[in-house]
Design a protein around this ligand. Structure first.
Ligand SMILES: Nc1ncnc2c1ncn2[C@@H]1O[C@H](COP(=O)(O)OP(=O)(O)O)[C@@H](O)[C@H]1O
Ligand SMILES: [Mg+2]
Length: 315
């Protein structure tokens, strides 16, 4: 049994800080580089592992150097990778991420993996049915749909990271099998065909999830849970790189769900963990452990996290 099973994107990131984004025909020197794993679901699982949860990752990599790297790094974080299948002869998913030194904004060049989609028959059925939460990002679509159906049938909450990659194809059926959808602004706007965040939240809720959140980068997030609309600003921090902020937000949000925290506390915790991540280069380097996250929240005078304790104080 594990706290969270994730099925989705597991990729390799080559990150470089640049003095400015290169123009056509321009060659520039990167100021700092890092190689690490990425992907919506994979980085959310790493966040949960850092916070002390047991997690398992289902998905695919190729048997290339990137695939080996991705697996090994997940293993090092304590993620169970027995269901991360290796496809012989296939190329793994890899990205080049350029981070602008001036403001931490990034440009991503993603290459398309050549492995076939994970089949529903390859899912760790029992693990999913006994998990605390199932986390999806829309990758391996038919297996994702099947796993969401299995989870719901077993009473396991389904969380969906709806980001622009998930835009490919129709995700309405997946949304119908989702309990908590946390979408990026780019996805929500384009899916709901509106620039109005509240209308986008309504549109997501129309498909049936009980919780819908739209993350707004440095403007924080806005959403609805338990029938109430909320907004949470981003914590001001010295931003180095926002890569993976959304992925980490999802992981920390799921942590709050597992603790059965009220929505306000969960959103505050997720915002804090994501903000701390932004202070370091790469999607994973800056992910705090639970004590670091709680210390940050106390320093910021969070009303939910004023006392010590395994859960950070009052429910
Ligand atoms: N510059 C920032 N400063 C502090 N927190 C941030 C910053 N950017 C993102 N975050 C936090 O991370 C969350 C997710 O970031 P966002 O950029 O919206 O997601 P994604 O990485 O999927 O595009 C935000 O809601 C916010 O809480
Ligand atoms: Mg995202």
């Amino acid at each position: 049994m594990v706290d969270v099973v994730g099925l989705g994107c597991c990729c390799f990131d080559l990150l470089g800080v640049v003095p400015h984004m290169p123009g056509p025909d321009e060659e520039i020197r990167m100021l700092e580089t890092r190689q690490q794993g990425g992907g919506e679901v994979a980085t959310a699982l790493v966040t949960l592992a850092r916070l002390g949860c047991s997690v398992a990752c289902a998905g695919k990599v190729g048997d290339d150097a990137f695939g080996n790297f991705i697996r090994r790094e997940l293993d090092q974080y304590g993620v169970d990778t027995r269901h991360l299948l290796v496809e012989p002869g296939a190329l793994s998913q890899a990205s080049v991420v350029l981070v602008d030194r001036a403001n931490g904004q990034r440009s991503i060049l993603a290459c398309v993996p050549t492995y076939s989609e994970l089949q529903a028959s390859q899912l760790p059925t029992q693990l999913i049915e006994q998990a605390g939460v199932l986390h999806l990002d829309g990758v391996h679509r038919s297996a994702a749909l099947e796993s969401a159906g299995l989870a719901r049938h077993a009473g396991v909450p389904v969380v969906l990271d709806a980001d622009v990659l998930a835009l490919e194809g129709d995700i309405s059926e997946l949304l119908r099998r989702t309990d908590t959808v946390i979408a990026s602004l780019a996805f929500a706007g384009s899916f709901a065909k509106t620039e109005d965040v509240d209308r986008a939240i309504d549109h997501l809720l129309d498909y049936g999830p009980s919780v819908a959140v739209v993350t707004l980068g440095e403007r924080g997030c806005r959403g609805q849970a338990e029938g109430r609309r909320f907004h949470h600003p981003a914590f001001p921090v010295e931003v180095v790189d926002t890569t993976g902020a959304g992925d980490v937000f999802h992981g920390a949000f799921i942590y709050g769900m597992l603790q059965q925290w009220e929505p306000g506390k969960t959103v505050e915790f997720a915002s804090a963990v994501a903000a701390i991540k932004c202070t370091r280069l790469g999607g994973r380097t800056g992910i705090p452990d639970l004590q670091q996250a709680l210390r940050f929240l106390r320093e910021r005078n969070s009303r939910y996290f004023q006392t010590d304790g395994p859960e950070g104080g009052h429910p």
